[in-house]
Design a protein around this ligand. Structure first.
Ligand SMILES: [Zn+2]
Ligand SMILES: [Zn+2]
Length: 340
């Protein structure tokens, strides 16, 4: 647990309450019907209007909160800019609504914008045959695959059509948001091209999901890239972030604002390395990602199969890249791993 961190508040504000964290930076916490049960958005005061970083899911609760804020406290000044850390729906789901209604500029990295569209199109495709094949290739029996696919069909897509137009954020860009300048730092491992925003002058980091205060960000090898090694990407991003000052104020998308960046980066690294050892320790002979997910993530395997299987595979691919496991693909495309 994050003992070495100093929290600016001990308890989160109520959902939808406008809370100031610093002059000109406000925190709006929104409810999310899955785990984690909330997402933090940041409103920056531009003077004549507002910049919003991340905007929540397309749910009635989120919509009501923004509607109330924009009819009330925020009424007199428009939303001018909308920036996104990444395109996961708890951050980006409502983006299309804001872009259309408020006609604001939308900024995010290219790969995130494309991921948002990919998710939107896949939602229209219905049952996903590629995902079923991915399950089977990674060791799920026909019964397991049918069970997972059935559970998937029940989950509702909580996003809107993404904005059609955007301004691309690149690593190293400096953007004005609120009354400060922010350097864009892009990182992968949690998502394709996650943006973090760092204000050098005041040492503030809007960290999105890349660095969280109370939980470890999920690191997933997705069905589109079964050979990817996102764990290495994630660990590399922690190394890059160590270059920021230790007393940086971190504003994460889930959890609470805190100081103690270096301690948190070390904890996250330790967590993932320990998890790698856990995964390695359950492997006695030739195995598959599905078998490892059943062993390590039994509770979430059917509720969040993309997450459970993707995390298992991320760990297995990392162990293979370290030479601790050998990865084999047979003539049918079935993927397995064995101790070296
Ligand atoms: Zn995320
Ligand atoms: Zn998130």
């Amino acid at each position: 647990m994050p003992d070495d961190l100093t929290f600016t508040v001990q308890r989160p504000p109520a959902y939808g309450e406008l809370t100031d964290v610093l002059p000109d930076i406000f925190w709006v916490r929104l409810p999310v019907p899955t785990v984690p049960n909330h997402v933090n958005c940041w409103l920056l005061d531009n003077g004549p209007g507002w910049t919003l970083v991340d905007c929540g899911l397309n749910t009635d609760d989120t919509f009501e909160i923004w509607d109330k804020l924009w009819r009330g406290l925020l009424r007199s000044r428009p939303l001018q800019n909308l920036a996104f850390t990444h395109a996961h729906l708890d951050h980006f789901g409502l983006a299309g609504y804001f872009a259309k209604e408020m006609k604001c500029a939308v900024r995010l990295p290219l790969a995130e914008w494309l991921s948002g569209w990919k998710m939107w199109h896949e939602r229209e495709e219905g049952a996903d045959e590629h995902f079923a094949a991915f399950l089977t290739r990674n060791g799920a029996s026909d019964d397991d695959t049918a069970r997972v696919m059935e559970a998937q069909r029940r989950s509702k897509f909580l996003g809107l059509r993404p904005p059609r137009e955007f301004i691309r954020l690149r690593d190293g860009d400096v953007v004005a948001m609120g009354k400060r300048e922010w350097r864009v730092i892009t990182a992968s491992g949690h998502s394709a091209e996650h943006a973090l925003f760092y204000c050098e002058r005041d040492r503030i980091l809007i960290s999105g999901d890349q660095v969280l205060s109370h939980m470890a960000p999920s690191v997933i090898a997705p069905p589109a890239q079964p050979q990817a090694n996102p764990m290495q990407d994630y660990l590399d991003s922690l190394t890059r972030l160590e270059a920021l000052p230790a007393d940086t104020l971190v504003l994460p998308s889930h959890g609470l604002p805190f100081r103690g960046l270096h301690a948190r980066l070390a904890q996250l690294r330790e967590h993932h390395l320990a998890r790698l050892d856990d995964v390695a320790s359950v492997i006695a002979g030739r195995t598959t990602a599905f078998a490892v997910a059943q062993e390590v993530f039994p509770r979430v395997l059917y509720a969040s199969p993309r997450q459970a299987l993707g995390e298992a595979l991320a760990h297995l691919n990392m162990l293979a890249s370290l030479g601790r496991l050998a990865r084999e693909v047979n003539a049918d495309g079935a993927i397995s791993f064995a101790p070296v």
